[in-house]
Design a protein around this ligand. Structure first.
Ligand SMILES: [Zn+2]
Length: 228
């Protein structure tokens, strides 16, 4: 009997070796909904929690800090390759962000990079600099800071806003355009428009888009207020 089982095992082993396709399990396939995702994933950010919050403004209340989650996201980028990055965002919004990034990946909407602002490249006087992140065309969410051109805390300070591709989707108020040198061209790759699937997904999930504002335009910006 043992001999028989051994022979069956050997046969199965030989069979699976001859047909490598059958070794791909259903579960593995389900984790890769986009067949064009190659094995060569480019890692843009792989921070530990300590690194992701390093240099955070000490004025940030502990209860806000505790609400933030590190969300790992995959995206198609301008080099036509799949990248992996990280976002810091209010834990309540994690599922929304995953949904929208899935849409972006399916649409092959290019996102330059998604790296927390604590990265050394975005530091000014050792503090998180939104300007440096924008100038690098980086996508980010949580940053304990004031709203641009305002004295109030931004929705980013609560981790309830995200800026996507700032260079293609600048902040425009009168003659002020941020980041410097950017120009909004709705036909350019990576730009948001009212009918874009990403904008529509965000709106469906109850988010606001800065491109719909009237006193100023902030095409990169999406935010969601708490329910109550
Ligand atoms: Zn913003």
């Amino acid at each position: 009997m043992i001999k028989f089982i051994r022979s069956v095992c050997l046969l199965l082993l030989l069979f699976s070796a001859a047909m490598p396709g059958i070794t791909i399990s259903k579960a593995a396939y389900a984790e890769t909904p986009c067949p064009w995702i190659s094995e060569s994933l480019i890692i843009d950010s792989n921070m530990t929690e300590k690194e992701a919050f390093d240099g955070l403004d000490p004025k940030c209340p502990e209860e806000i800090r505790k609400q933030q989650r590190i969300v790992t996201v995959k995206y198609y980028s301008f080099d036509k390759k799949i990248h992996q990055g990280q976002l810091l965002i209010d834990g309540e919004l994690e599922n929304d962000i995953r949904t929208v990034f899935e849409v972006a990946l399916k649409e092959r909407f290019p996102i330059c990079s998604v790296i927390p602002i604590s990265d050394k490249r975005f530091r000014k006087d050792d503090r998180w600099s939104d300007d440096l992140s924008m100038e690098a065309n980086n996508t980010s969410a949580f940053n304990y800071r004031l709203s641009t051109g305002n004295t109030q805390l931004s929705k980013h300070a609560y981790g309830r806003a995200i800026d996507i591709n700032p260079f293609q989707n600048p902040y425009v108020k009168g003659s002020v355009v941020l980041p410097k040198g950017a120009k909004y061209d709705p036909t350019s790759e990576g730009a948001m428009t009212a009918d874009h699937p990403i904008v529509r997904s965000f709106l469906r999930l109850g988010w606001e888009w800065g491109g719909n504002w009237t006193t100023l335009k902030d095409y990169q910006h999406f935010e969601k207020s708490p329910k109550n």
